[in-house]
Structures are given as structure tokens and as C-alpha cells.
Design a binder for this molecule. Structure first.
Ligand code: SAM
Length: 458
């Protein structure tokens, strides 16, 4: 039953050279004055200024020249044809063999569930939206981090086919920070599939509040599939559970020719906001007796044997939620991501997997400082924390405009296994192998879905 997803890989796909609609990350960065030397390495690009861990990770993943996603947009792979599940003779073993063969043929890129299970995964997202949308308003969907555009393609295709009246007035906006992927999406959706004015791409960082323009209170959906895992995190450190948390920053040490970590008291306002919210949950009073007992036992031990602690906190996710709740306060969120990652070598609670693949060989790194644009850095999502952050950001960004319902709740949220979501909204029979094994329901048990909507007043 327990098949743990890491990432999935696929064929190298071409990069389309069309310009981005707006907020062009790469070309803005390439407008360098003639006398400024162009950096030749990741180290030169970063320089020797101290960087918070989240800024260092952002550079490692998204630096316009050296970032993992910018320099290799083909790591997010797309499959040319949907898999023919009914053609796989056998069950789990045969399915895994089939997938292993697929990986062998495609040495470079990662496969995500929306790619592997296309079009059925995207159809399930579309079905959820159609079942829950308010028909009094034209449908507006934002997708953040749409990768190769497979989700957009499947959702738009499904709605065009199933509900032409909704399709006629709807709009799907994709926001992706990678210029290569944004161009790929535009080519596929606008030119190949002719969704024309129903689809647009904005090449920008979705965490940046100003990119969202005017506040828009009309209802909309925000879809994020495997995006939170790549959101930069900060790293907290403390000497023992009795010491205050410190923030971590990274600086290049030329005497050692490597990046090194340093700690200082928390100064950064985003780290401080995130710690204030999540620290309550972690260190605050718990009603759970077992947790209270465990805490007091730990506290006795920590006085005798103080042990340093590391905690990766989702500051990038919080920044994104703050921007979204400010700009689109009536959004419904559909999020899917890893709830757990296997074989993580990096220390600390909520630590990332840092992994690359070359010539068919996967390498896991034991330090995120070595990734330097050559490896993916991806984090598990703590869905209980996500729910807390979602609610707190909704409250803080609404400036008193949103009120809780009579139960004191601001957002109606649900955390469910991917399999539970798919059994409700997907055509599960289309994803069965010959023997009846269903990988959409029975594999990848370390992914979850988070749904969150504004509560009805009263
Ligand atoms: C792992 S890929 C997932 C792609 C796709 N959702 C899927 O499931 O196949 C992460 C995507 O998020 C995008 N991304 C990461 N951070 C972003 C940000 N701050 N703003 C917009 N897009 C972002 C990346 O460029 C990439 O397209």
C-alpha cells in the first residue's frame, strides 16, 4: 500500500521562445549595465552578502541564470501521450515496472501526478470546481506554478466539453515564475489547443503582493499543485528547547571556498510573523494530554542534556498566502502536495529533500548549501500548519472586512488524502490496470489535498 512519491520524471520538452505577458523575470535580470561584470558561477551571482536561508534557496531554485528551474525548465516534464493504464497487464508490480521503464527512457525530468495521471487528475480538479462554483459569477481560475500547462489544458478541455455555458464566460490565469515554463504553457494552451482569450500567463513571482494588482473581491479558485514544496523556507535554530529561536543566514566564506551558516536573534519580520503563529502551535499549551506529558519529559531531559534543535518554517508559503488573501479575499484554494518525504538527509523538523538526477542516477544531497542550482530543493507540507497559516493570513489581510461565522470560523477548510479527493471527483475506473489495480488511489500515499473556502456569513 505504501508507495512513497519523491518526484516523477519525463522526456525533455522544447522551450518555446515567445515573450512573457508581464513581469518578465529573466529579461529584467538580464538588463545589466555594460560595465557590470556578468557573474559566471552561482557563487559569483550570490556574492558574499549575508542571505536569509529562504533567499539563498530562492536563488538556488529561481536565479534567472543559475537557478534550478530557470536553467533547466525541462526538469518539469510532460508526457507526450496519456498512459494507457488498461494496457498494463498485471497489478502494482506491473505498474511500477512500467513507470520504471518510462523513467529509464527519460533521464532528466520529474513527473508530477498531474502529468502521470493526465487527463484524469486535471479532470478531477475541474469536476470539483464545477460542483462547488457559484453560477452567479463568471468562473475565474488562477493556477500558480502550472509547470508545463497540463492541469490548465485538462481543466479547460473538461469545462469546454462538459459545460459550454461556463466555458464561454470563464477565464484561467496562470502565474509562473519560470519564463521557460510560462512560454511553454502559452504555446500549448493558446496556439496548440486554441483556448485563445480564455487563458493567459503571467510570468511573475506569485508571492509578490504588488504583482496581483487591484484587490478583487469576486469569487475565484486558486489551484496549486506541487508548488508549496518548492516555496523557500527559513531555518530556525536553538541551543535547547529552553533557548530562544534564532534565524539562520548564509554567507560565502572565501577562506573555505564554500557557503556557511550563521545564526542571529530573529530580526526578519516574515520569520517573526511565521514563528509567532506556528510557535504557539509548537510550544504553546496543548489540550492533548499525551503531548503535554511528552513535552514535560522532553523539558526535564533538555535541562540535563540540552540538545540543539533545527526547524524549517514555511515563510515562502506564508508570504504567498498573505498576498493571495489580500488580493483575492474570496478565493477557494485547491492545493495538493507532499505530506511526507522519504529518505531526507538534511537535519531538522520539516527538512527538505535535496535531489538531482544525471544520466539516470539520482543523487540525494546531505546539505542544501551544495544544491547551487544543480538540484531540486523540495519540502514536505505540514497540512495542519497550512490550515493555521491560511486562517491567520485570511484574518490579518482582511483588515477587519471578513468576519467569522457563528462558530468563530473564518475559512471552511478540509485536509484529505489524495485518494479520498480522487475517489470523490475523478473517473477512477479510467486509471485501472488490467488486474484492477488503481495507482491513482493506491500509490503515492504521501500526498494530500487541502481545500479552503471563505465561510458563508451568519
Ligand atoms: C514542481 S513544479 C509543479 C508544476 C505543476 N504544478 C505540476 O504539478 O506538474 C513547480 C512550479 O511552480 C513554479 N513556481 C515556483 N515558485 C513560484 C512562485 N513563487 N510564483 C509562481 N510560480 C512558482 C515553478 O516555476 C514550477 O512551474
Amino acid at each position: 500500500m505504501l508507495a512513497l512519491a519523491r518526484r516523477w520524471r519525463s522526456a525533455k520538452a522544447p522551450i518555446w521562445p515567445a515573450p512573457c505577458t508581464r513581469g518578465n523575470f529573466s529579461s529584467a535580470a538580464s538588463q545589466v549595465a555594460e560595465d557590470v561584470p556578468v557573474p559566471q558561477t552561482f557563487e559569483e551571482a550570490i556574492g558574499d552578502k549575508p542571505l536569509l536561508v529562504r533567499d539563498y534557496i530562492r536563488q538556488a531554485l529561481y536565479h534567472p541564470k543559475f537557478g534550478y528551474f530557470s536553467s533547466r525548465p525541462d526538469v518539469v516534464g510532460s508526457m507526450r501521450e496519456p498512459l494507457d493504464f488498461s494496457g498494463i497487464s498485471g497489478g502494482r508490480f506491473a505498474y511500477r515496472k512500467h513507470i520504471a521503464e518510462l523513467y529509464k527512457q527519460n533521464d532528466m525530468s520529474w513527473f508530477t501526478p498531474v502529468e502521470l495521471f493526465q487527463p484524469w487528475y486535471g479532470f478531477a480538479v475541474a469536476e470539483y470546481i464545477l460542483q462547488t462554483m457559484n453560477p452567479q459569477f463568471p468562473l475565474k481560475i488562477y493556477e500558480i506554478g502550472g509547470g508545463t500547462g497540463t492541469c490548465a489544458s485538462n481543466v479547460l478541455g473538461y469545462i469546454r466539453e462538459r459545460q459550454g455555458d461556463v466555458y464561454k464566460t470563464m477565464h484561467y490565469t496562470s502565474v509562473d515564475v519560470s519564463e521557460g515554463l510560462a512560454n511553454k504553457q502559452r504555446h500549448r494552451l493558446c496556439e496548440e489547443e486554441e483556448h485563445g482569450d480564455k487563458f493567459s500567463v503571467e510570468c511573475r513571482n506569485a508571492r509578490d503582493k504588488s504583482g496581483w494588482g487591484e484587490q478583487d473581491e469576486s469569487p475565484c479558485y486558486v489551484v496549486m499543485l506541487e508548488v508549496l514544496d518548492n516555496m523557500p523556507h527559513d531555518l530556525l535554530f536553538r541551543e535547547s528547547s529552553k533557548s530562544p529561536w534564532m534565524e539562520t543566514y548564509v554567507q560565502y566564506d572565501s577562506s573555505e571556498s564554500r557557503f556557511v551558516e550563521h545564526h542571529r536573534p530573529v530580526e526578519d519580520s516574515l520569520v517573526s510573523r511565521c514563528l509567532e503563529i506556528l510557535g504557539k502551535e509548537r510550544d504553546g499549551d496543548s489540550v492533548d494530554v499525551v503531548r503535554k506529558l511528552t513535552k514535560s519529559v522532553k523539558s526535564i531531559f533538555s535541562r540535563v542534556l540540552p540538545s540543539p534543535e533545527k526547524w524549517w518554517i514555511p515563510t515562502g508559503c506564508m508570504e504567498l498566502l498573505e498576498s493571495l488573501h489580500y488580493a483575492r479575499p474570496n478565493m477557494v484554494m485547491v492545493v495538493s502536495d507532499f505530506s511526507f518525504l522519504p529518505e531526507v538527509k538534511i537535519p531538522g523538523r520539516g527538512a527538505p529533500l535535496v535531489s538531482s538526477k544525471k544520466d539516470g542516477v539520482t543523487t540525494d544531497y546531505s546539505s542544501y548549501l551544495d544544491a547551487k542550482g544543480e538540484a531540486d530543493i523540495f519540502f514536505p507540507t505540514d497540512f495542519d500548519q497550512l490550515l493555521i497559516l491560511d486562517n491567520e493570513c485570511a484574518i490579518s489581510q482582511s483588515e477587519g472586512k471578513i468576519v467569522p461565522n457563528k462558530f468563530g470560523v473564518y475559512r471552511g477548510s478540509a485536509i484529505m488524502s489524495s485518494s479520498n479527493f480522487m475517489s470523490r471527483f475523478a473517473y477512477v475506473n479510467q486509471v485501472k490496470t488490467k488486474s484492477g489495480f488503481n495507482p491513482l488511489l493506491d500509490e503515492y500515499s504521501n500526498t494530500k489535498v487541502y481545500l479552503s473556502a471563505p465561510v458563508l456569513k451568519g
